[in-house]
Design a protein around this ligand. Structure first.
Ligand code: AHR
Length: 648
């Protein structure tokens, strides 16, 4: 049995992050110093068992943990429409007095710029002059990230009473120095509601999130303000777009789909708090915003079109979840005439996403700037309807299924729980577990009936570590992924959840998330890197393989890319001891000597990444050599590895 030789330091780098710093590779392949008797792994490349689903790995998010507002959605102003719950709607805003000025603020329920935004902030300035300005400041989402030489695009709605004659000043102020990083004035306000656009350009400054937005006036009077927005540069320069660092992190996972818009967020606590997609499209001023079941107001800046554009930017397809008549606190609509408007809403939503421009909703999409239909193959009807103890889902699903299939026979329809009366195309299974539970259940789908519906593991995660998961969770996740890959003839898609968490105090509603961030920076948990590794090295078929003599905490999967001859052997050693392996390949002419080892390793299960130590655990890529079809390899403790080799 020959062993693999390392070329240390060559190609060592952070997986998937193009600009990441080089780090020195550690030798993870040993020539046999393992503490256990080698296990024997045999892989027959000429005997594929089944194809690998090319949509196996995807994304799932919702408005939880400040995933959009205060997260992916790039808006810097918090509570821009004065609908947050605290302080009677004025949370995150404060009065700013300079010198002898005096002012007060309140919500005016009778004044707003639109039917959707029917109230506003009334600011009454009783004393002010050019040297003694008064106004309001917004603290942002735990600060406002400012970078040097950067243009921030803003807008606001305002009107003034007859006594207020003049302009408003907008400035970005450093919290610690009081220095303005950028400043501009609106034209003189009028007595009618009007939208004002402005830009704030920073000069040379130190990047920081300790900044706020300040609106002031140097004269007395009463003004009304609403929808005060400030956007930094966004991914792909989308207007009303997304944070680039988070988009790049998602792209590095090599996802193939996004399940949107939730989760519980689709359902809402009550029916009138569901994701009512028609209220989330068009100009922001026409979006009333709504309460998320995760207990904060959603700005709906991330509306249906923005969700779809996000999938377009990542070049992935949409798994569109439609509201199906059940909300979290138990309210539901029985199948029959009462459900018809919701079925129609779903049909309209699908038409908005994929209808051509001759259709009513496709035409609206075009009018909103996107004539080309989006890529949707799957529609999910509801979310976690096993919690609907009234048993209304059978009837509700059947009604949606019939209506959608009749109009869109090409769509695959997902049920959120197994059904007795209708055979869904796909069933969505969810798993939130400890690592041990995943280890014990990695064979979960090995015996599942292949004649039933396909499986979408639409939410799953090892819940260890907070706010983001630790190395132990990455091992649980990776073990579970080996089982999903082995069964990827049945499992068409899988998406980890939740994806995002704002790590600031009060930012998290759900522990153990994949990507953490504050206003300025973001990082991936060890589990994130495990996802990147499995997503990047997917393959398109599963060869025959067998193993004997392995430890109880060793898991593997092997796939092959029939187009390139590349083989991806994924190995998970969740034990505190190394796992030695004798590997034998058969059914090919030649194993190429050049190979690559990608290794994610921790010193303990508890070791983790954080906002202050974001790269404690990252994958290391090392080139190796393989001499022949038989070789030995030792996987270190607490490690996830992908061995990429080529055989023809
Ligand atoms: O991912 C968090 C929540 O878990 C989702 O909103 C819900 O579908 C599940 O119960």
């Amino acid at each position: 049995m020959k062993s693999i030789h390392l070329e240390k330091t060559v190609l060592a780098r952070l997986l998937g992050l193009k600009a990441a710093a080089l780090i020195v590779a550690t030798s993870f392949i040993s020539t046999g110093a393992a503490q256990t008797t080698p296990a024997s792994l045999k892989i027959a490349l000429d005997k594929p068992v089944h194809a690998v689903s090319q949509t196996l790995y995807g994304l799932m998010t919702e408005e939880i943990n400040f995933s959009y507002d205060g997260g992916l959605y790039a808006e810097l102003v918090r509570n821009r429409t004065f609908q947050d719950h605290g302080f009677g709607g004025i949370a995150h805003w404060n009065i700013e007095h300079y010198g002898s000025s005096r002012a007060s603020m309140e919500i005016d329920p009778a004044e707003g710029p639109s039917a959707a935004l029917s109230h506003s902030l009334a600011l009454t300035i009783t004393q002010a002059d050019a040297a003694n300005r008064a106004g309001v400041r917004n603290e942002g989402y735990w600060g406002m990230a400012l970078r040097p030489n950067t243009t921030y695009k803003g807008s606001l709605y305002a009107k003034a009473d007859s006594t207020f004659v003049g302009t408003l000043n907008l400035a970005l102020i450093n919290d610690n120095t009081g220095k303005a990083a950028a400043s501009t004035d609106t034209p003189a306000l009028t007595r009618e509601w009007k939208r004002y656009e402005f830009t704030l350009k920073t000069g040379d400054l130190e990047t920081s999130s300790e900044n706020h937005l300040l609106l002031t006036a140097g004269h007395t009077g009463r003004i009304w303000l609403d929808l005060i927005s400030l956007m930094p540069p966004t991914f792909n320069n989308r207007e009303n777009g997304n944070r680039s660092d988070l988009m790049e992190k998602m792209a590095a996972m090599h996802p193939t789909f996004l399940r949107l818009p939730g989760g519980n967020y689709l359902e809402g606590d009550q029916i009138d708090e569901r994701f009512d997609w028609k209220n989330t499209i068009g100009p922001l001023v026409d979006r009333p915003t709504h309460r998320s079941p995760w207990n904060y107001q959603s700005s709906d800046g991330m509306g249906l079109l923005e969700f779809l554009e996000w999938t377009e930017d990542l070049k992935i397809q949409t798994v569109l979840a439609v509201y199906a008549g059940y909300s979290l606190k138990g309210d539901h609509i029985q199948a029959g005439p009462a459900l018809v408007p919701h079925v129609q809403d779903a049909l309209d939503e699908i038409e908005f996403a994929i209808g051509d421009t001759s259709t009513q909703w496709g035409a609206l999409r075009a009018k909103l700037g996107h004539p080309i239909p989006f890529h949707v193959n799957y529609v999910e009807i509801g979310n976690e309807d096993q919690f609907d103890h009234s048993d209304s889902y059978e009837g509700r699903y059947a009604q949606f299924y019939k209506a959608i299939k009749t109009k869109y026979p090409q769509l695959q329809l997902i049920a959120t729980t197994p059904l007795k009366r209708t055979r869904p195309d796909v069933v969505d299974d969810h798993y939130y577990r400890r690592a041990d539970e995943f280890f014990d259940d990695v064979k979960h789908y090995d015996q599942t009936d292949r004649n039933g519906p396909k499986i979408f593991v639409g939410e799953w995660a090892t819940r260890e570590g907070s706010p983001t998961t630790n190395m132990g969770a990455a091992l649980g996740d990776a073990a579970w992924m080996t089982g999903m890959e082995r069964n990827s003839d049945l499992i068409v898609m899988a998406s980890y959840a939740p994806l995002f968490v704002n790590v600031n105090p009060g930012g998290m509603q759900w522990e153990s998330d994949l990507i953490g961030y504050d206003a300025l920076k973001s990082y991936g948990a060890p589990s994130y890197y495990a996802q990147c590794m499995f997503g990047e090295y997917l393959g398109d078929e599963v060869p025959t393989s067998s193993i004997t003599g392995e430890g109880k905490l060793f898991f593997y999967s092997v796939t092959r890319d029939s187009r390139t001859g590349k083989i991806y052997l994924k190995m998970v050693n969740a034990s505190s001891l190394p796992q030695a392996l004798d590997i034998n390949f058969s059914g090919m002419n030649k194993v190429m000597p050049e190979a690559m080892l990608i290794s994610l390793s921790g010193k303990t299960n508890a070791e983790t990444n954080s906002i202050s130590a974001p790269k404690q655990i990252v994958p290391v890529k090392t080139s190796t050599r393989i001499e022949g079809p038989n070789f030995s390899h030792t996987i270190p403790p607490y490690s996830v590895q992908v061995l990429e080799l080529e055989a023809h």
